[in-house]
Write a protein that binds this ligand. Structure first.
Ligand code: SF4
Ligand code: SF4
Length: 442
């Protein structure tokens, strides 16, 4: 089976939730919708304190081309527009809405059941108007990916169903519970970018998802389901492209350079719901899991719901919780607390126990070479780490630190417990700052 070089095999821990169907989370009494919940410019509010809003109404407009609008996840009243705690650890502007419990619909977007007759431009506009971003975690505005330049022809749409992060199962559940809708979403993407074929890549530790997707794709033209080798980070864009399309791309190149567009299964579902059903992105699937949760669950969650409410709906925390992570254990964000809202990029909430946590220190490198063997980007990881530690940013840049995808494999395998991924992040940030300084001639 074709795969990528490097990578690791962390314990999957998917058994906590993989047999649990997606349930609707209880509607929250209030939602806080952050204006910054995607890559690109934050959205700008178009409602004021005290305004009555309907479910799905636009409450913030895009702040630029690489930006999306946000919509009210409940009907009710705008209580405040101010800074609230955010998963990034900073306080950022959010719109707080008090839920009136009525779910009065705004009906801003007309359903397009006959979408095959709709011009491609109108489909892209719909995806943007619905506020859709990549739901796999990166949160890149989807309409931008659906608008490749004319000189970059796209031949393949890859739907990312790998879900390689340990613990997370919400994409798995979507493939089992709504495979037909995911495939229609994929077909809409194919039409938008003018591709010939669709390949759905699913890790081979999810045979039920492979079977359900295959069954639903059986009568579709040029749609292939590819079971890919189970290895972390198989769901990372460049690694998945390598595995299913055989194309090797450096991080500095976009997938479109290889004639490929990649969308996550949750994004494909959101595209289906926005186009066929006229539904803006107001909720998403979230896995609430880990040894620190009493009853792990898969939930369909209104965006803006506070994480601590979701943890309560999963039976609450056990007493020895050491950390709450938004996302999976390898690439997720360790949060300052659970008093932050779920966003479009929130695929999971993971609660780890104190004794599960590994502490990393700047111990000396023992030059075992493990980090380099396992780096999926093929980087001289140990040498970059040393360069960053010594403050030699030119050397880190020359060793291609910017190619790092921050997958965490190097930290995972390092026997000296060096904080390798953290060193990479610091190195990348310093290189980018230095480049910006050179550009303005400071
Ligand atoms: S250097 Fe970056 S890409 Fe390579 S293993 Fe470490 S985190 Fe992953
Ligand atoms: S795995 Fe750790 S100890 Fe081994 S070479 Fe890499 S940084 Fe050094």
């Amino acid at each position: 089976m074709i795969t990528f070089r490097g990578g690791v095999h962390p314990p999957a821990h998917k058994g906590l939730t993989d047999e649990l169907a997606l349930d609707d989370a209880a509607p929250p009494a209030v939602v806080r919708v952050p204006l910054q919940q995607h890559i690109g410019a934050p959205a700008k509010p178009v409602v004021e304190k005290g305004a009555a809003v309907k479910l799905g109404q636009t409450i913030a407009e895009p702040g630029g081309f690489v930006s999306v609008p946000h919509h009210a996840p409940v009907s009710g009243t705008v209580k405040a527009i101010k800074e609230y705690p955010h998963a990034s650890g900073r306080a950022l502007l959010a719109i707080e809405i008090e839920n009136d419990g009525q779910d009065t619909p705004a009906d801003e977007l007309e359903p397009m059941p006959d979408w095959r007759a709709v011009p491609v431009e109108a489909l892209r506009d719909r995806v943007r108007a619905a506020g859709i971003v990549g739901l796999g975690g990166a949160a890149f505005p989807t309409h931008v990916k659906l608008s490749p330049p004319k000189d970059k022809p796209i031949h393949t749409v890859i739907i990312n169903g790998a879900e390689c992060e340990p613990y997370l199962t919400c994409d798995y559940r979507l493939m089992i519970e709504t495979p037909d809708a995911v495939l229609v979403g994929a077909d809409i993407v194919r039409r938008c970018v003018g591709a010939e074929r669709v390949i759905v890549g699913i890790e081979d530790n999810k045979p039920r998802a492979v079977e359900m997707m295959e069954r639903n794709a059986r009568d579709l033209d040029k749609v292939e389901i590819a079971a890919v080798h189970t290895k972390y980070p198989q769901g990372s864009e460049l690694q998945l492209i390598r595995a299913v399309a055989g194309a090797e791309l450096p991080k500095s190149k976009l997938p479109m350079e290889a004639g490929v567009v990649v969308q996550n299964v949750g994004t494909a579902l959101a595209i289906y719901e926005a186009v066929v059903g006229g539904k803006p992105l107001v909720d998403r699937a979230v896995t609430v899991t880990g040894p620190g949760v009493v009853s792990p669950r898969n939930l369909r969650v209104r965006l803006g719901t506070l994480c601590n409410e979701l943890i309560e709906q999963a039976g609450g925390m056990t007493p020895d919780v050491g950390r709450v992570i938004m996302g999976g254990p390898m690439m997720g964000l360790a949060m300052p607390g659970a008093d932050v809202p779920c966003m479009k990029s929130t695929s999971g909430l993971l609660l780890l126990l104190r004794h599960d946590l590994v502490s990393y220190e700047l111990n000396p490198c023992i030059r075992c070479g493990k980090c380099e063997t396992h780096c999926p980007a093929g980087l001289a990881t140990a040498r970059i780490g040393l360069a960053v530690e010594l403050g030699n940013i030119e050397r880190a840049e020359a060793l291609a630190v910017l190619e790092c995808i921050e997958c965490g494999c190097c930290s995972y395998v390092c026997p000296a417990r060096r904080p390798m991924t953290q060193l990479m992040r610091v190195g990348k940030s310093k290189v980018l700052k230095e480049r910006a300084r050179r550009k303005i001639g400071a």
